[in-house]
Ligand binder design. Structure first.
Ligand code: ADP
Length: 398
């Protein structure tokens, strides 16, 4: 075998070069594998750690083909991909994992809702708004389910962008008009009273063998995940149900690799909210907090290798996301303060600092949930993260 061919068999091509690709590349390195990333910009997060960088964008066929030519399997850092192009690359012989069918479910909220419902799994009431008479359909839906409702872009949304809670017909009309002008397909959902948000991460091999990490509780502020708590505050029986629901969704999706399912806990019911067919922010705690991380199991799964144990490595784990502070300072310049916090595992993504931009995360493992949460926040604050309204730290702490 030529050296080039040998390289190719150990290379994982990653579409996108953000922080998820960076953490996949870190895991790849430990396993002696090569991460090859398709990077839009030379300073994308993963370019600093990947074994190889292919410059390009996922919407250009030649760029995707260039990535595919250098890798044994192609996987994804993000879901902003052209599914027809991905399908063409797969048809030309590249192993693409997850496959197009799974990606379609994860990139289209209307498709995801339909498939979850068709499988008999619980979710919010919804209606896909296609064709004419969109506003009348929203009003009809609200007539049956009550205002407020939530309008969502079927495709292209992330971190709460593309999610619009609307109180009544006038607000709905504004959103519908703007979406129409932008050519954004919409769906409408009942506005669920959320008592807690959970997330379940599952890793699944091509043959269907799957492992599930323990479901976590997430705190979202303005649609953005701020902290992840393991265990969360919910009853263990609910957590077990959440794990089963996550695994069922991964099965419905036919996932290969890691798939994350966001759930609502609402009035005594678990409801599927969102599906991501890749490692997920709610699984970053697994790097230190579980026997095998989501990133390592993602690589194992897409290479069809045995999956590692998902057992927790500590009784309590907290992950807090690091966001750029108002002064625009780089958190890397403040490492000393964060590293002075006992047990703080700091992950900075090497992204250009901007106020409010997600720049990293901190994980703390320990014995007591309040203690690890408090220490993780102390380190995140030392890095410049402002505690947002909605996150209550006052009566917490050891
Ligand atoms: P994104 O894809 O941007 O993450 P989500 O669909 O997960 O969008 O929605 C972002 C946030 O908006 C959720 O975490 C939740 O807090 C809120 N949300 C979404 N859908 C509903 C709903 N049907 N009822 C109430 N809140 C919702």
């Amino acid at each position: 075998m030529s050296p080039a061919a040998a390289n190719r068999t150990e290379a994982i091509g990653i579409v996108g070069a953000g922080q998820l690709a960076r953490m996949m590349a870190e895991s790849a390195s430990a396993l002696g594998l090569r991460a090859v990333v398709l990077a839009e910009r030379p300073d994308d997060s993963a370019t600093a750690v990947a074994a190889e960088v292919v410059p390009g964008v996922p919407s250009v066929a030649a760029d995707l083909t260039a990535l595919a030519a250098r890798a044994a399997v192609v996987t994804f850092d993000h879901e902003q991909v052209d599914l027809d192009l991905v399908a063409a690359v797969a048809a030309a012989g590249t192993v693409v994992r997850p496959g197009v069918d799974t990606l379609r479910m994860a990139t289209d909220k209307a498709e995801m809702r339909r498939r979850v419902q068709a499988a008999g799994l619980p979710g919010p009431a919804f209606e896909v708004l296609a064709g004419g008479g969109v506003l009348a359909a929203v009003e009809g839906f609200a007539g049956r389910h009550g205002w407020p409702v939530v309008l969502k872009a079927a495709r292209g949304g992330y971190d709460g962008k593309g999610v619009w809670p609307v109180a009544g017909p006038e607000e709905a009309a504004r959103v519908v008009e703007e979406a129409d002008a932008a050519g954004t397909p919409l769906l409408v959902e009942e506005q669920v009273a959320i008592d807690a948000e959970l997330a379940v991460v599952v890793a699944r091999r091509p043959g269907g063998q799957a492992v599930t990490w323990t479901p976590v509780e997430t705190a979202q502020v303005g649609g953005v995940c701020r902290e992840v708590l393991v265990p969360g505050r919910l009853d263990p029986a609910v957590v077990a149900d959440a794990a089963a629901l996550g695994a069922a969704v991964a099965e419905v999706a036919g996932a290969t690799g890691v798939l994350a399912v966001e759930l609502f806990w609402s009035a005594g019911r678990l409801l599927v909210n969102e599906v991501a067919a890749r490692p997920h922010n709610s699984g970053h705690w697994t790097i230190e907090g579980a026997v095998t991380s989501q990133f390592e199991n993602h690589l194992r799964a897409v290479l069809d290798l045995p999956l590692g144990s998902t057992a927790v490595a500590a009784p309590a784990v907290a992950t807090v996301n690091v966001f750029g502070g108002p002064d625009g300072a780089d958190p890397v310049d403040r490492l000393a303060g964060a590293l002075a916090v006992d047990g703080a595992h700091v992950h900075l993504y090497g992204k250009e600092p901007r106020p409010g931009r997600k720049l990293g995360h901190v994980t703390v493992c320990g014995e007591d949930p309040d203690d690890v949460r408090h220490r993780a926040w102390t380190a995140a604050r030392a890095l410049g993260t402002v505690v947002p309204a909605g996150i209550d730290l006052d009566e917490e702490g050891p």
